[in-house]
Design a protein around this ligand. Structure first.
Ligand code: GLN
Length: 482
């Protein structure tokens, strides 16, 4: 096995035993990036010099007996997350030359351990999309089949990981952006509960939906990362003060038997690919065979999750993106008057989809329409939250496909805006309700494309979500490895 193919746990052990250095590990990842970035396009910025400098420092820490879990381990960060002193574009040209003067709390927590930053990963601009085709730096290709999309919005994060260009990735999920590309690329990705991890330093999309979470090659690695990332932060008033559980320790105890709910509205969905459905049903059967209880549940308002999401999110978006005007933030276009400065800076600096969201949101919030759209969406949001609360009175966890279909061809759905919104069908409900969702690979289609299963749990119920994910990956071994 090559060094760049290791998991966090394997890399940590190897560094501890002196089998290789952090510089060796970093060079292996940088070599892979150099060979593959032209094709996969996972990275917008590669911080090679910084990575090698950090790797040398990490080797010194290890030599001095100061190794922590992530010391010396190379990772990538989605470009919509700020890293101090590093170019952070959010995949939009308006921030093409933006060097972040501050850093996301979760990134500081990770870097404090002596990790190695390899660079910033490609995504749909400011997280708007599900295929990574709304990036102004070109689409990301799926390492399993380069003619397919990697999923979005965090396509670069998932593809870099699946292609072994890094050991783990940090990304953002507003309405599926971690889970969706994780499923297309065959890696593990967790959207944490809203408020579990600090959002400080994330380029805001929809502040009441945004979360930041880990992607890794195993559930155990994801659990380790959550222990480091989670917790209250004075810089984000929505973070919760609850103690951060020892997620990775919990995985090691004998796996618990859960009552697992299958939402009937999901499995009966028209347009659910038969191969995806089969893989999910096989896995559900296997879970039953090893002693988990499977019951059907109903989430009656789930059909409104996409409409609620696509009113509420653009509304928050239109306000958050207001700061990117070429004056307060962002590249300023040449213009003769103030109006043109705004119009040209934003016109050239945003891709179509971002403009569309700003227009939808501005419309939904404007006087006369506010009650009909925004307020109504908020009311239905409450009903969706209540659906989940009722479901979690009956069951411990819910299981669904992550995406209704496997990775599709580049350009296939690019111009079909509605089809792209509908692709979020299994993603939006957890986002609307602020609950955790984990995507784990459960096999491949005949064409060799990964299929992901989503596990959802009650708010702050990450432990059980991760525990079931670990069971699927470790106990039920007949899944395909990345
Ligand atoms: N597909 C969703 C959207 O376009 C994903 C957003 C996200 O999670 N950043 O809004």
């Amino acid at each position: 096995m090559k060094l760049n193919q290791l998991t966090i746990v394997q890399a940590h052990e190897g560094l501890k035993n002196g089998d290789f250095s952090s510089v060796d590990l970093t060079q292996a990842c940088l070599k892979r990036i150099k060979e593959r970035n032209e094709i996969i396009n996972a990275f917008i910025t590669v911080t090679e010099d910084l990575a090698l400098e950090e790797a040398k420092k990490a080797d010194k820490m290890i030599e001095d007996g100061k190794q922590q879990m992530l010391t010396g381990i190379p990772f990538s960060v989605k470009d919509a997350i700020c890293v101090k002193g590093v170019r952070s574009t959010g995949s939009a040209k308006i921030l093409d030359n933006y060097i972040a003067p501050y850093e996301a709390t979760v990134i500081t927590k990770i870097r404090r351990q002596g990790t190695v930053l390899l660079g910033k990963t490609n995504c749909d601009a400011f997280g708007h999309g599900a295929s990574n085709e709304n990036s102004m730096y070109g689409p990301v290709r799926n390492p399993h089949d380069e003619s397919k999309v990697a999923g979005g919005s965090s396509g670069g994060a998932a593809a870099a990981l699946a292609d072994h260009q890094c050991i783990f990735s940090i990304a953002e999920d507003t309405g599926g952006s971690i889970r969706y590309p994780a499923s297309f690329c065959g890696v593990v990705g967790l959207r944490p509960s809203y408020g579990r991890n600090s959002r400080y330093g994330i380029m805001p999309m929809a502040s009441s939906f945004d979360t930041v979470g880990p992607m890794a090659k195993t559930v155990e690695d994801v659990a380790i990362l959550m222990e480091i990332m989670a917790g209250e932060d004075a810089m984000d008033a929505t973070t919760v003060p609850d103690v951060v559980p020892e997620y990775s320790q919990k995985l090691k105890v004998k796996s618990q038997k859960f009552k697992i709910g299958i939402p009937k509205e999901y499995m009966e969905l028209e347009g659910l690919d038969t191969e995806v459905k089969d893989k999910i049903e096989i896995k559900i059967k296997e879970l039953e065979n090893i002693g988990h209880e499977i019951v059907e549940v109903s989430l009656p308002h789930t059909k409104y999750a996409i409409p609620v999401y696509y009113i509420a999110v653009p509304s928050e978006d239109s306000s958050n993106l207001g700061r990117l005007d070429g004056i307060r933030y962002g590249a300023q276009a040449d213009a003769d008057n103030l109006y043109d400065v705004y119009a040209k800076s934003r016109g050239q600096g945003f891709p179509e989809e971002v403009k569309r969201r700003i227009m939808i949101g501005t419309y939904a919030l404007s006087a006369g329409y506010y009650d009909a759209y925004y307020r109504k969406a908020q009311k239905v949001r409450t009903l969706i939250i209540q659906d989940f609360e009722q479901a979690f009175e009956q069951v411990d966890l819910l299981v669904t496909p992550t995406s209704p279909f496997p990775a599709f061809n580049l350009d296939e759905k690019k111009d079909d805006v509605l089809a792209m919104y509908l692709a979020d069908v299994f993603m939006s409900p957890a986002a609307v309700a602020g609950i955790p969702g984990l995507s784990v690979p459960v096999g491949e289609t005949k064409a060799g494309l990964p299929v992901g299963m989503q596990i959802m749990g009650p708010r702050l119920g990450e432990i059980n979500v991760l525990s079931l994910g670990h069971t699927i990956r470790i106990v039920l071994k007949n899944y395909s490895e990345i």
